[in-house]
Ligand binder design. Structure first.
Ligand code: PBG
Length: 337
């Protein structure tokens, strides 16, 4: 009650009132510690065959898979909004998926055609190519499978070939997302041997076996085929020291930057990575995080725009150099206003 409040002795504050700097918008702007700009945002795109084709994704309201021509338009929009790079993911047609994932290194595959079309139409934007077998294999695993086992070294060989065709097609950054051991060194050596010494490697270094990837698997068409889980290669969500070992090793193998994934539930890992290593660190606000915000906002539970910005600022506050986010275009446009 305002009229019978108890007056307390506040002398212990000794003049220190932390609310003082929060009183006005100009003052809040002055003391703001982190900034979010369009150059912090990397936009993932899902690519499909066809022309002028877009298809919705039930669990990712607001995101659509795009045919290559529409990806080119999206790339122009991204460039105009100040987004530095796109991350591409193909939804490979079913008949091209196989047990050995050979489509991954077909130089004319959907991914390579998308990379080269975007590179020639919008050379100013960086292109990040995901390297993993799940987008090409019939079982949805990121590696080759024999008798239920995910084969490490054989998978690395396919990944190296995949990285090479992607680089030749126009990828600027190779982003291995499979968590096989030794793939960064193998890809680096192969790229250098073929004269691609300026092609970067952004390693999905600390990637957890997460339940937040569900909508992505719908988007690239692997969800229904995936048998079992990915726990023999993606990390246990209970671990943090292990993430530091993964990152240290990938840096030693030649990674130019590292990624932590998922994002929001793993901000402690982002922070620890930044505190421990001198290397750019990116966080991936994954599909399940996107879906949570969109669906909660649609249900009227949270303010959509406010919670999107808050989530992205949290990544910057935790020390991320940038964020892969499905909100990238909308937010970059908003920030540029
Ligand atoms: C797999 C890959 C995944 C994502 C990016 N690359 C899924 C998985 O590991 O199962 C997830 C991204 C997201 O959920 O938004 N190569």
């Amino acid at each position: 009650m305002a009229d019978n409040w108890q007056k307390h002795d506040m002398s212990f504050l000794d003049g220190r009132r932390l609310r003082r700097t929060r009183q006005t918008a100009w003052s809040r702007a002055m003391v703001r510690e982190t900034l979010l700009t369009p150059s912090d945002l990397i936009w993932p795109l899902f690519v499909i065959e066809g022309h002028n084709e877009k298809t919705g994704i039930r669990t990712m309201p607001g995101v659509e898979r795009l045919s290559i021509d529409l990806c080119v338009e999206a790339a122009k929009a991204a460039r105009d909004a100040g987004i530095p790079a796109l991350a591409l993911f193909p939804n490979t047609p079913d008949h091209l998926r196989s047990e050995n994932g050979v489509e991954a290194f077909n130089p004319d595959n959907l991914m390579c055609r998308a990379l080269s079309a975007i590179k020639s139409a919008v050379p100013e934007i960086g292109l990040i190519a995901d390297v993993a077998l799940d987008e090409y294999s019939s079982d949805g695993q990121d590696g080759l499978v024999r008798d239920g086992e995910i084969l490490n070294d054989e998978t690395v060989d396919v990944m190296v070939r995949s990285a090479l065709v992607q680089t030749k097609a126009g990828a600027d950054i190779i982003a291995p997302s499979d968590m096989m051991d030794g793939r960064v060194a193998a890809i680096r050596a192969a790229l250098d041997a073929e004269g691609h010494d300026q092609t970067q490697i952004m390693s999905y270094a600390a990637k957890y076996a997460s339940f937040f990837y569900g909508p992505f698997r719908e988007a690239v068409g692997t969800g229904a085929r995936l048998k079992g889980d990915k726990r023999t290669y993606q990390m246990d969500y209970a671990n943090s020291d292990e993430a530091m070992r993964e990152i240290a090793q990938d840096i030693e193998e030649g990674a130019d930057s590292v990624m932590v994934k998922p994002g929001m539930p793993y901000l402690d890992i982002v922070r620890r990575t930044g505190d421990t290593f001198n290397i750019p660190v990116y966080a991936y606000q994954v599909s399940g995080e996107y879906a949570m915000i969109e669906m909660a906002a649609a249900a009227g539970a949270i303010d959509r725009k406010g919670s999107i910005l808050e989530s992205l600022y949290a990544f910057k506050r935790a020390g991320a150099n940038g964020v892969l986010t499905y909100f990238a275009l909308e937010v970059a446009r908003e920030l540029g206003k």
